[in-house]
Every structure is written in structure tokens, then in C-alpha cells.
Design a protein around this ligand. Structure first.
Ligand SMILES: Nc1ncnc2c1ncn2[C@@H]1O[C@H](COP(=O)(O)OP(=O)(O)OP(=O)(O)O)[C@@H](O)[C@H]1O
Length: 751
């Protein structure tokens, strides 16, 4: 048994340290005479709750002393010879009452339960040792012993862990209030009242939109983009997430393709992300009335051989991730770009941000070499002037005088068609009905805080779907197992009549086979919360992540987790017109009050003071953390998984760009606290080396092992992509082979 017994913090704080440190020794010394459970509870030095509150017997030591004194006085007096006086009768009655009560207690304790055994033991202690106690201890000592026994008895019976709140809530950095910067949020109108039927589109296309896609009126971006593209112009389109950009280029693309015969090849290149299945639906959906237009997908997760076979047969609309397409450009003879008429770069800026610049250059060179005359469309929710020039430079001379379309107030016409076209704004627009929040949580408390948030939304509220963004595939796998083990078990007694539906966790990451992803049937439009547990590498990335909710005019919310040392990230986001309101960590943790599964030992809830509630919340958070740690330390494999997840988190932490290093620097991480957020009781040895030796003021016991080389910027990006966005490309396996291994050897205790 590993428990370290102690009560909650507060008035008994000094005793926590004392009991924590003496537990083991006391247990050892007394082990030969008492059961292990009893021993642990007996070493608690001071009851953490008011004396007598949980006493299971009406016996009061003070009464006992009064009676004993009275008995002594009586014994000193000469024995009355005749019938007893009234006074003496009363005294005897009292004594016999007491004795009969003791008998009842002892009779009850004959039952085989450990609870009763302990109660009996407690009664015996008080019955057997009054004189010795009178000489050597204070009046309340018997009472304390009883409390300890009853405490211990409860713990044994309910099989709940001891709680050491200090370890979770002590030594954390202060959480200063966030100074909310003044931000003007950019607004975009999503819908127009104009219908697709008003455009000169093929009637089958319009009926497919109306009947299959169930869309009749155009969004703002569609209203501006479709006519420009139908006119054969190149376009650069910036519009907020979930505003309908896919159909904005998909409709004119399919319309023009169906009009031209024979088959025309189209290359569409975009980074693999959550939109992929939806994109596929869009494109294949269009094919219902135009069966001769064949779409095809190249995005990893499938055998290259079968992709080659499809390419040989011929594809009219090619949807590809950059890495996979480059792979085919190098290895597949049947791929040819001579007939390419359209090039669509969706999320073009993001593709570059995520390190696909080289891949994009290879693709554009290949297309430019054989098919310079084509229509080009660049789209993103986060395109800036700077990024645009970068992409245009990459795309070469082939983008002809593009029409700039960006949404916003006063932007009812495409910019190039306006007399004085304003430039693309630096700030980013997010959906108007998106409520953005930030919470500052010290490292140690991150895991319980995330869990409390998930429990609050999924177990105790209805109709929520959450996406939690993490920085590595390993962390996704780890948390999936951990949450399924700890958060999904047991019934909730507080809701005995209508049990909440079980929480279902799914995973989605770049190391999964694509067919698995599709099989999940992700219903992204119904996502209500986006949680960014690891902050994104850029404000643009932030916008794309939160954009998975509040799509196409719907409501949605987001929550960004930051540690106290990362708080200035709020200002960085504010510089891009992103405004968030603060959520308090205590309020999130308070969700645990709804869950009796993680109830602590105290009875704080019955006392309504704010301090008592806070203490109860802390106890529950500690019970939950203890459950996580137990699950992680249940066997060697689970410890290894946790260590790998921690290692991958640290690796990802080193990949923040230089411009954000003053906020996200590996040096500012406390490895022991970070380890705790992965359910590890100790920081694994060699972490300093694994993080490139950048940790300061941390004892590094792995000096003898050679630290791995610092990753170059490019490899850092590649590592991040591997962890967060990779889609089964071959480079990934090469990266995986080069992982530093020293983390997996043993552990190093960090306070
Ligand atoms: N005219 C419309 N009317 C109603 N719904 C529409 C319309 N156009 C698109 N949608 C729906 O809006 C949702 C978002 O569309 P889409 O994925 O194209 O957005 P997006 O702007 O590309 O977003 P992101 O930038 O995040 O990729 C989809 O579910 C789509 O079916």
C-alpha cells in the first residue's frame, strides 16, 4: 500500500509535513503488531477535522473522568449500610448506563466487519487505558485516538486513497490576473440572401446543392468568389473559418470541368487536417450529376501501390497532401501535369507555416514546368500580406493579377474590383458567435483541470462535443487510455435516478490510418468546445483550431490552457485581434464537486463556507490526481507510455518559433511538475538531456549519457508535424527512429 495519510491543508498544514515524513518509519516500526491499514492511519498526528465530528460512539472521555472521579470520591467515603440514598441510586444508575452502553458497543463490534472491529478497538483503548492516559497525556488524547481509528476504519472500508493535498496544491507559481488587452474583433458577415440559382450554373449542379447539400443561399465568401472564378480570374481569398470557402471554389471548379471535354486534370493541394473527410464529401458529392469527372485522393495512410493504380486509371480532380504528392512525383511515372487547368492551394499560408515549403516548391515546379497556363486559387482564413507574397513567390510567375477577396466590414465587393482596394488586414477574424476563453493553470494541476473541464461539459451538461488539441500523437494515445481508465469508470451515486451517459473518447492524430479516421464518423459541425491544452505555435494556428467550432453561423466556445509563465501569449493573440475572457481554474476544478466518484475524506460540502468548499475541491482534485497516478503506475508499460508522452510534449515544446521563445521556452518548464501532469510521480531521468540540456537549475544526473544534438529549425518543425499533423508519410518513420532514448531509463525524483 502506497498511501501517505494526512488530512487536508489549512489549519493543520504543519502536520502534513510531519505526518508525511513520519509515516513510513512509524509503519515499519509498528508493522509487526498491527495491520497495515491501521498503522497508516494511526500515524496521522492530528485530526484534520474538528474533534468529535465523525465519532461513531457517544462515549465522551470528559464524562468518563467525571465518573471516575466521582467513583473515587465514593470509594473514599464509608460504604453506607442501609438502603441506598436517592443520590447514590442516581449515581449507580449513571454508571450502569455507561457500562450497559459499553456492552452494546462491544456487542456490535462482534460483527465481522473491519469497521466494527475498529470501533471495538477504539472502545477498548479508551476503556483499558484511562489511568495511564490521565498521567501522561492531555484530556483529548483518547478522543484523538478514536478519531484516528475511525478515520482509518473509514478509509479501509471505502478503500479510498489517503489524500496529500499539499503535493498538488503546494509550490505552484502564483497566478496573477490577466490584464485583458483592448482588442477590436474583426467581424465578417457569414450569410447573404442571394441564392445559387441566381448564378449561371449548370442546373444539375444547382439542384445537387439544393437537394444533396441542402444549401440554397450563398455565404458572403461564395457570393464574392464564385463569379470571379467563373470569369476565369485567379483569386486570393481570405475568409474566416467555417464560412464556406470549399464550395466557393468547388462550385466554379466543377462547373467549368463539366463543360470541358475530354477529361481535364486538376491538382488540388492542401495540408491534411480535420477538414479532409468533409472536403472529400464536397468533391465527390459534386459528381452525382457528372459521372465522368473522377476525383482521387492521395494523402498517406494507404498503400502507395493502390494509389499508383488509381493514378494510372486517371483522375480529374486530385486531392493531395503535399508530402504524398511529392512522393508520387518522385516515384510514380504515370503522374503527369500537362493538362492541369486549376490549382487550388487551400490553407496555403498554413502549409508553409507547417514546414511544407520544400514540398510545395517541388509540386509547383513540376506543374509550372508542364502546365503554366492554369487558373490559380489561394485560400485561407489567416492569409496576411506577408504570407501572400511568400506564397506568390513560391507559385512563381504563374499567378496572374489575382483578385483579392477578403471579408470584413465594408468589404461587400472583391478588393480588386473596388476603386481603392484596402490591403489584407493583419488581424484575424474569428466567427462572431465564438466565445473564446483562457485559463491559467500551473503545470502540476493541468491534468486534473483538463479532466474537471471535460467531466463538467460531458458528464454534467448535455449536448456537448469537445475537441482537445494536444501537441503530440503520443500524448493523444496516453490521454485516451488514461481518461478511459479513470474518467469512464464507476457510477455516479449523486445521479442514481438518471445516470449520465458515459463519456466516449476518440482519438485522431497523424499516426493513425486514414480509414480509421473516416470510420469515426466525425460530426465536426456539432462540436461545441475547442480545448487547446497545448498552446498553438502561432496565432494563425490558434484561429484554425478554434475554427473547428462555431462554423457557418453556429455558436461555439473555446478554451486555451496556459501556464503562469505563458500568460503573455494573450498579448500576442491580442495583437492579431483575438480577444479572450478569463476562466478561473478554481471554477473549472469546482466541477469535481458534482462528481461523488472523486469525493475526498473530508466533509467540507456540508459546511457552506467558501473555504470549506475550496478545501473540498482540493481534496477531490487530489483524489483524481491520485487515481491518475495509480493508473499510470499500475504496470511498467503504462509508466513507459506516460514517459513517452512527456518526452514528446517536451520535444514539441522546443519547436515554438523564435518569436515566441520568450514565452514558450523549455527553460521555463519545471520538469517535475510537467511529469505530474502526465501522472508520473517522478520526473524521468535524463529529461534535461532530452530537451537539449536547456533546463537551468535542474539537477541533471545523466551527464554521462551524450545529450542529443539540438534539432535544427527545420527538423523541429518536422518533429512537430510528425507529432501533430503527420499523415503517414515516410519521413515520419525516419524521424521516429531518431528519437532520443535516454528518457526511458529509470527515474529522477524532482520535488
Ligand atoms: N451556402 C451555404 N449554406 C449553408 N451551409 C453552407 C454553405 N456553404 C457551405 N456550407 C457549410 O458550411 C460548413 C463550412 O464550410 P467549409 O468547410 O467550406 O468552410 P471553410 O471556410 O472552408 O472553413 P475552414 O477555413 O475552417 O476550412 C460546411 O458544413 C458546409 O457544408
Amino acid at each position: 500500500m502506497f498511501c501517505l495519510g494526512s488530512g487536508p491543508r489549512g489549519p493543520t498544514q504543519e502536520h502534513e509535513t510531519a505526518s508525511g515524513s513520519i509515516n513510513k518509519g512509524s509503519v515499519d516500526s509498528a508493522a509487526s503488531t498491527m495491520s497495515e491499514d491501521t498503522l497508516l492511519l494511526n500515524v496521522t498526528t492530528t485530526p484534520s477535522f474538528p474533534a468529535g465530528r465523525r465519532l461513531r460512539t457517544p462515549f465522551k472521555p470528559s464524562d468518563k473522568w467525571k465518573k471516575r472521579k466521582a467513583e473515587k470520591r465514593k470509594a473514599a467515603q464509608p460504604t453506607p449500610k442501609g438502603p441506598p440514598t436517592k443520590k447514590a441510586t442516581r449515581s449507580l444508575e449513571n454508571t450502569s448506563d455507561h457500562v450497559s452502553h459499553q456492552t452494546v458497543q462491544q456487542g456490535q463490534s462482534q460483527k465481522p466487519s473491519s469497521k466494527d472491529f475498529l470501533t471495538k478497538q477504539a472502545s477498548q483503548i479508551s476503556a483499558k487505558k484511562p489511568e495511564r492516559t490521565q498521567k501522561t497525556t492531555s484530556k483529548s488524547e483518547d478522543s484523538q485516538e478514536l478519531h484516528k481509528n475511525v478515520q482509518q476504519e473509514d478509509r479501509k472500508v471505502e478503500n479510498k486513497p489517503f489524500i496529500k493535498t499539499s503535493s498538488l496544491f503546494r509550490n505552484n507559481p502564483d497566478i496573477p490576473d490577466i490584464c485583458k488587452p483592448a482588442v477590436t474583433q474583426l467581424k465578417e458577415t457569414v450569410f447573404t440572401s442571394d441564392s445559387f440559382a441566381a448564378l449561371e450554373l449548370h442546373p444539375h449542379l444547382v439542384s445537387t446543392l439544393n437537394n444533396v447539400f441542402k444549401v440554397t443561399t450563398m455565404t458572403s465568401v461564395q457570393k464574392q468568389t464564385i463569379p470571379v472564378l467563373l470569369a476565369g480570374r485567379d483569386a486570393v481569398v481570405r475568409s474566416q473559418t467555417g464560412s464556406g470557402k470549399t464550395l466557393a471554389y468547388g462550385i466554379p471548379l466543377v462547373h467549368s470541368l463539366q463543360a470541358i471535354k475530354p477529361k481535364i486534370k486538376v491538382i488540388q493541394s492542401f495540408k491534411l487536417n480535420l477538414v479532409v473527410p468533409h472536403m472529400l464529401c464536397s468533391i465527390t458529392g459534386f459528381n452525382i450529376p457528372f459521372t465522368w469527372i473522377v476525383p482521387g485522393v492521395l494523402m498517406g495512410g494507404e498503400k502507395r501501390k493502390s494509389e499508383k493504380a488509381r493514378l494510372r486509371k486517371g483522375i480529374n480532380i486530385l486531392i493531395a497532401t503535399p508530402g504524398r504528392l511529392v512522393d508520387h512525383i518522385s516515384n510514380t511515372l504515370s503522374i503527369a501535369f500537362s493538362a492541369v487547368r486549376w490549382l487550388v492551394l487551400d490553407e496555403a499560408d498554413r502549409t508553409l507555416d507547417l514546414g511544407f515549403e520544400k514540398d510545395l516548391t517541388v509540386i509547383l515546379n513540376a506543374i509550372n514546368a508542364t502546365s503554366p497556363c492554369r487558373q490559380n486559387v489561394l485560400l485561407s482564413a489567416t492569409l496576411t500580406e506577408g504570407k501572400l507574397s511568400w506564397v506568390l513567390l513560391l507559385a512563381g510567375i504563374s499567378v496572374k493579377d489575382p483578385v483579392s477577396i477578403h471579408m470584413g466590414e465594408g468589404m461587400e465587393e472583391p478588393a480588386a474590383l473596388m476603386p481603392e482596394a484596402p490591403g489584407i488586414p493583419q488581424g484575424f477574424a474569428v466567427p462572431e458567435k465564438l466565445q473564446q476563453h483562457v485559463v491559467v493553470v500551473p503545470s502540476k494541476l493541468r491534468l486534473v483541470c483538463l479532466s474537471a473541464f471535460i467531466l463538467g461539459k460531458t458528464k454534467f451538461e448535455k449536448g456537448h462535443k469537445l475537441i482537445v488539441f494536444l501537441s503530440s500523437c503520443e500524448a493523444v494515445e496516453f490521454l485516451l487510455t488514461l481518461f478511459t481508465t479513470v474518467l469512464c469508470k464507476g457510477k455516479n451515486p449523486s445521479r442514481s435516478t438518471s445516470q449520465p451517459a458515459p463519456i466516449i473518447f476518440y482519438r485522431l492524430h497523424g499516426n493513425m490510418a486514414q480509414e480509421d479516421v473516416a470510420a469515426r464518423g466525425l460530426d465536426l459541425p456539432q462540436v461545441t468546445w475547442i480545448v487547446q491544452y497545448n498552446p498553438p505555435v502561432s496565432p494563425a494556428e490558434y484561429v484554425h483550431r478554434v475554427g473547428r467550432t462555431a462554423r457557418i453561423g453556429a455558436r461555439g466556445s473555446s478554451l486555451l490552457f496556459l501556464t503562469p509563465s505563458e500568460m503573455t501569449y494573450v498579448d500576442v493573440l491580442a495583437n492579431h485581434n483575438i480577444s479572450m475572457s478569463e476562466m478561473k481554474m478554481q471554477d473549472i476544478l469546482a466541477n469535481l464537486m458534482l462528481d461523488e466518484q472523486f469525493k475526498g475524506r473530508g466533509n467540507w460540502g456540508k459546511r457552506k463556507s467558501a473555504g470549506a468548499v475550496e478545501q473540498d475541491v482540493r481534496e477531490r482534485a487530489t483524489v483524481l490526481q491520485t487515481e491518475f497516478e495509480n493508473a499510470v503506475h499500475a504496470n511498467k508499460d503504462s509508466v513507459q507510455t506516460a514517459k513517452k508522452a512527456l518526452q514528446s510534449f517536451l520535444r514539441a515544446y522546443t519547436t515554438y518559433p523564435a518569436s515566441l521563445k520568450h514565452i514558450f521556452h523549455i527553460r521555463s518548464l519545471h520538469l517535475g511538475h510537467a511529469a505530474k501532469s502526465f501522472g508520473l510521480r517522478d520526473a524521468p531521468q535524463g529529461l534535461s538531456a532530452a530537451t537539449g540540456g536547456l533546463q537551468k537549475n535542474r539537477k541533471d544526473t545523466s551527464r554521462k549519457t551524450r545529450p542529443p544534438k539540438m534539432l535544427s529549425r527545420k527538423r523541429q518543425m518536422a518533429a512537430l508535424l510528425h507529432s501533430e499533423y503527420a499523415s503517414g508519410l515516410e519521413d515520419v518513420s525516419a524521424l521516429r527512429k531518431k528519437k532520443p532514448k535516454q528518457m526511458e531509463k529509470g527515474t529522477q525524483r524532482v520535488s
